[in-house]
Design a binder for this molecule. Structure first.
Ligand SMILES: [Zn+2]
Length: 454
């Protein structure tokens, strides 16, 4: 271990230069004009994996962008860790708001600025360098390692699921390690162990067969906007609970151990309210804000359209109105079942005077790891060793569909070892990544491979 650590110390500066080279490739996955850059970036990653000393590296073509695979499997009778990351990045607009060119990385005050610095090039290079440090010093890894670095994460990982299914045997592993989430705060090592699922619906209320004059018809014909608003207000009760029948029936409850963990995070309602410039926070009765934000299912109207929305005034009783409604789900809630219950409920709320079209748009399952899972415990020990601080456990309110795919297809525990910060401006102008977290990330990875081998 000593050799590995001193090798990292010695090569630290070089790692930043390598990260810069990685960041100079404009691997924007959504733009056709960057297709060549995507290929160049896949080759760059494959080169890094080869240089690290992996004994098999291959670029797999897909119907979209290539997937880079690498493996080192010489640790007999030891577990196998699969490390996932993505080399593609988001577009850079609005480019005028960048203080440096997004593909000409600059280091300022200990942070590296470029598109992809955090999401996800910085966070996946960490693991390549950790593996390299072992192979260049002790000549072996404490466990078997497989890498998958894909090029379509920012466009929904369209071909990754197919790839996982098709190469199920090749990708067989005992745990999956992903660094693509955030730490709870700067300097606070964090293991994320849960993500919410999603059920996304659209409700259209249809009234008269054409827009009507609100003077001639208002008061005698149902107004779809009024009716839609009434339906929306009936979707929560006075305690902030979702009133769709059976909504909570299967929802996994927050355990006492989790409650204690949430408490440890010392979340301040007042500072969030201040940051958002709202008078107070609000949510389901009986739960803390952090619990509401990540451990409980929710329902929110995301958009609403109807009638005249131009400048000035037009007196109209519209023929239609619609709303987009999302429900964030927790484990054991099935998005399909929830969509059915929601549809039934909304239909029952509509008066005879209007027709309703309810459409299920998309959905996904939630993800949750058991806090007592030995892999999670090993990961927490590793980040604590690297950062010199107690590791905290968080659940995220959002969804990362590929995590659920990994869990379902590879059937292995998943570690979300986030090394970025919420303030790193990912997907925004001036994306950056702390070089300190980059370095401590390499150490976390080194320690994880060590801990998981025990
Ligand atoms: Zn992203």
């Amino acid at each position: 271990m000593k050799q590995v650590l001193s090798y990292i110390k010695k090569n630290k500066k070089g790692y930043v230069e390598e990260l810069k080279d990685y960041l100079r490739i404009p691997s924007i996955s959504t733009l056709a004009e960057n297709k060549k850059d995507i290929e160049k970036c896949a080759n760059f990653v494959a080169g890094k994996l080869k240089d690290a000393g992996l004994n098999k590296v291959e670029i797999f073509k897909t119907d979209g962008h290539p997937i880079v695979y690498g493996e080192w499997l010489d640790a007999k009778d030891k577990p196998t860790v699969l490390i996932y990351g993505h080399y593609d990045v988001q577009p850079v607009d609005p480019i005028d708001e960048w203080t440096n060119h997004p593909f000409e990385p600059v280091v300022k005050k200990g942070k590296i600025y470029a598109r992809g610095a955090n999401d996800n090039k910085g966070q996946n290079l960490v693991h390549i360098k950790s593996v390299e440090a072992y192979l260049k010093t002790v000549g072996s890894l404490p466990v078997n390692v497989k890498f998958i670095i894909e090029g379509e994460e920012e466009i929904g990982s369209q071909n990754l699921g197919k790839f996982l299914k098709k190469n199920n045997k090749m990708l067989k592993c005992d745990s999956v390690l992903i660094s693509d989430t955030s730490m709870y705060g700067d300097g606070i090592p964090t293991i994320n162990y849960g993500l919410r699922g999603l059920c996304y619906m659209e409700v259209e209320v249809v009234g008269p067969n054409r827009d009507l004059h609100s003077g001639s018809f208002g008061g005698g014909v149902a107004n779809p906007i009024n009716e839609l608003a009434k339906i929306i207000t009936k979707l929560h009760d006075k305690n902030g609970k979702v009133s769709v029948p059976n909504f909570y029936k299967n929802a996994k409850k927050i355990t006492p151990k989790e409650k204690a963990n949430y408490k440890k995070l010392n979340f301040s309602d007042a500072s969030l309210a201040k940051e958002l410039n709202v008078g107070a926070l609000q949510g389901e009765a009986g739960y803390s804000t952090l619990e509401r934000l990540s451990g409980r299912p929710t329902l929110d109207c995301n958009g609403i359209v109807g009638g005249f929305i131009g400048q000035g005034a037009k007196t109209v009783l519209p023929s239609k109105a619609s709303a987009k409604i999302s429900m964030r789900l927790v484990p054991n809630q099935d998005p399909k079942e929830i969509a059915k219950e929601f549809t039934k409920h909304v239909l029952s709320l509509a008066p005879k005077s209007v027709k309703l079209n309810v459409t299920e748009m998309h959905g996904g399952l939630a993800f949750l790891m058991d806090l007592d899972n030995p892999t999670i415990e090993a990961a927490a020990r590793a980040t604590t060793r690297a950062f010199g601080k107690e590791t905290v456990f968080t659940r995220e309110g959002g969804s990362i569909p590929i995590v659920v795919e990994f869990a379902n297809i590879l059937k292995a525990p998943i570690v979300l070892m986030g090394l970025g910060l919420d303030t790193d401006d990912i997907h925004s102008p001036n994306e950056h990544f702390s070089l300190k977290n980059f370095e401590l990330g390499i150490l976390s990875s080194v320690y994880f491979l060590d801990e998981i081998s025990k």
